[in-house]
Ligand binder design. Structure first.
Ligand code: IMP
Ligand code: MG
Length: 183
């Protein structure tokens, strides 16, 4: 059972606000949005369609540093960019920043390709769990230290298609989850 954490209307409004801010910040510029699969898929789709700029390009990466709900601290690039980002304005679009380990590795990797600018946009920020200094430029919501699913986010690949951000309710041993890093 999933319990709704962020109402759909609230989520929709916030995504629109972020798109408007990006539109303002990049007036007269072109921008490449990089979706971090799989979790970023719906946020990326909704956000990108509301950015009102002439030259918005889309690219995709699939990375992970996660095994189950434990962070491994290592970036595994399963899908890399399809176009060079050298000299481009790049915004990385990700579902959630937790410890920040995955994104710290990823931002370093992208920075080494000399983009014109590099920013980070996350829907959710679990600030209390941060262990790296990764700077986040656009944040949808700050959330408490609880494990969320839906709107692209999973628990062992399940629950991604739940239409908004939710939390798993314990309804049996199969749903008994703990937060990443919790003993
Ligand atoms: P970090 O390296 O600890 O910041 O981990 C970030 C990644 O872990 C995110 O991109 C998610 O894929 C995953 N993750 C962290 N917290 C959650 C959560 O509450 N629900 C689902 N996935 C999560
Ligand atoms: Mg992710």
């Amino acid at each position: 059972m999933i319990k709704q954490e962020i109402p759909k209307s609230v989520l929709k409004k916030r995504v629109k606000e972020i798109a408007e801010r990006i539109t303002r910040d990049y007036q007269g510029e072109s921008v490449t949005l990089v979706c971090i699969l799989k979790g970023g898929i719906y946020f990326f789709a909704d956000l990108s369609r509301q950015i009102n700029l002439e030259d918005v390009r889309l690219d995709f990466m699939c990375v992970s540093s996660y095994q189950d709900t434990e962070t491994t601290g290592k970036l595994d690039i399963r899908l890399d960019l399809s176009e060079p980002i050298t000299g481009k304005n790049v915004i990385v679009v990700e579902d959630i920043i937790d410890t920040g380990t995955t994104l710290a590795y990823l931002m370093d990797y992208l920075m080494s390709q000399s983009p014109k600018s590099l920013k980070l946009c996350v829907l959710l920020d679990k600030r209390a769990r941060r262990v790296t200094e990764t700077k986040v430029n656009y944040v949808g919501f700050e959330i408490d230290d609880k494990f969320v699913v839906g709107y692209g986010m999973d628990y062992n690949q399940q629950y991604r298609t739940y239409p908004t951000v939710g939390v798993l309710e314990e309804s049996g041993p199969q749903h008994k989850i703990k937060n990443p890093g919790e003993k």
